[in-house]
Design a protein around this ligand. Structure first.
Ligand code: SAM
Length: 300
């Protein structure tokens, strides 16, 4: 049973429990759900399932990396399943990927139970996994003067008492801007523009307060019980400047072809960035932003 909102829950039958553990940071479970297949659940919230993990991970990774065109050095924050890493490693231009996840147990569970997600990506010589807090890693990287072409933020939602709240604030995005400079791109998963309109709008407003270009996009993900949202940020690159044919041409030339994408292509790109009127209208209702001094939480 997953609580979705006040008075709203989603009930799913499970046929097998692979592992349950209370780690130092969160409650982690890997279970077999009758409707979604193998599923990772953290703090009672579905993180991704075999049924449609590819929809989430392709939507998160490819709009920013295709728009960038030739990412060489990429930072992933969170992404414990290794599927975000899998999608980044498809790019021929990528030479180095740093993935920072706070919870070693999630990575251990993924290595043991979620091969279909990472497909051996953790062993790719271009990948380096760092166990630690993403915020601390970013602060240290800025202090060292390190640069990345892209930062992909695949964290748990900003839940009260959760480990990721300080990775959704204006102060944090200002650090990300220093990491990617003028030419870089960033993206974050951003909760749901239907289920959590206020939080989604806050994340958009916060990113828009830092980056010249901030673009909301979304798609339906059954595992998350609705439309799920992402926010893209950059100083110069605008994913809206690409036509369907441009995207298809880039996919063909920039990605290794050994495994076909199952969700993302030129038409999907156009669809992702075309939000319906009710969502566009709801985004105008909220003016708040999240800051370190006054962080905003997803209250469920
Ligand atoms: N698809 C997702 C969802 O439903 O929101 C996110 C998936 S991914 C499993 C989330 C990861 O973020 C977890 O592996 C968790 O350990 C990691 N995480 C949470 N807080 C973090 C932090 N402060 N720094 C780095 N990783 C963090």
């Amino acid at each position: 049973m997953e609580w979705i909102a006040d008075g709203d829950a989603s009930a799913r039958a499970s046929s097998r429990v692979y592992a349950v553990e209370r780690t130092a940071f969160q409650n982690v479970m890997v279970v077999e759900l009758v409707s979604l297949g193998k599923t990772l659940i953290i703090d009672g919230k579905v993180q991704s399932s075999l049924y449609d993990e590819y929809v989430y991970h392709e939507s998160l990774v490819h709009p920013p990396l295709i728009a960038h065109g030739s990412p060489e050095k990429v930072l992933i924050l969170g992404g414990g399943e290794g599927a975000t890493l899998r999608e980044v490693l498809r790019y021929k231009s990528v030479r180095e990927v740093h993935m920072v996840d706070i919870d070693e147990k999630v990575i251990d569970f993924s290595k043991k139970f979620l091969f279909e997600w990472h497909r051996g990506s953790f062993d790719d010589p271009r990948a380096k996994v760092i166990i630690g807090d993403g915020r601390k890693f970013v602060e240290d990287a800025v202090a060292r003067g390190e640069k990345y072409d892209a930062v992909i933020i695949d964290l748990v939602d900003p839940l009260v008492g959760g480990p990721a709240v300080h990775l959704y604030t204006r102060d944090f995005y200002q650090l990300i801007k220093q990491l990617i400079g003028e030419d870089g791109v960033m993206v974050t998963q951003a909760t749901s523009p239907i289920l959590y309109q206020r939080m989604y709008a806050i994340i958009l407003n916060t990113i828009a307060s830092v980056f010249s270009i901030a673009r909301p996009y979304a798609t339906y993900i059954r595992s998350y019980n609705g439309i799920w949202g992402f926010i893209f940020g950059s100083e110069k690159t605008d994913p809206l400047n690409f036509k369907s044919e441009d995207i298809d041409a880039r996919i063909k030339s920039k990605l290794k072809t050994s495994q076909e994408l199952k969700f993302y292509d030129g038409l999907t790109h156009e669809m992702l960035f075309k939000l319906p009127k009710n969502i566009r209208d709801s985004l105008k209702l909220y003016k708040e932003i999240s800051t370190d001094d006054s962080p905003k939480y997803l209250e469920i």
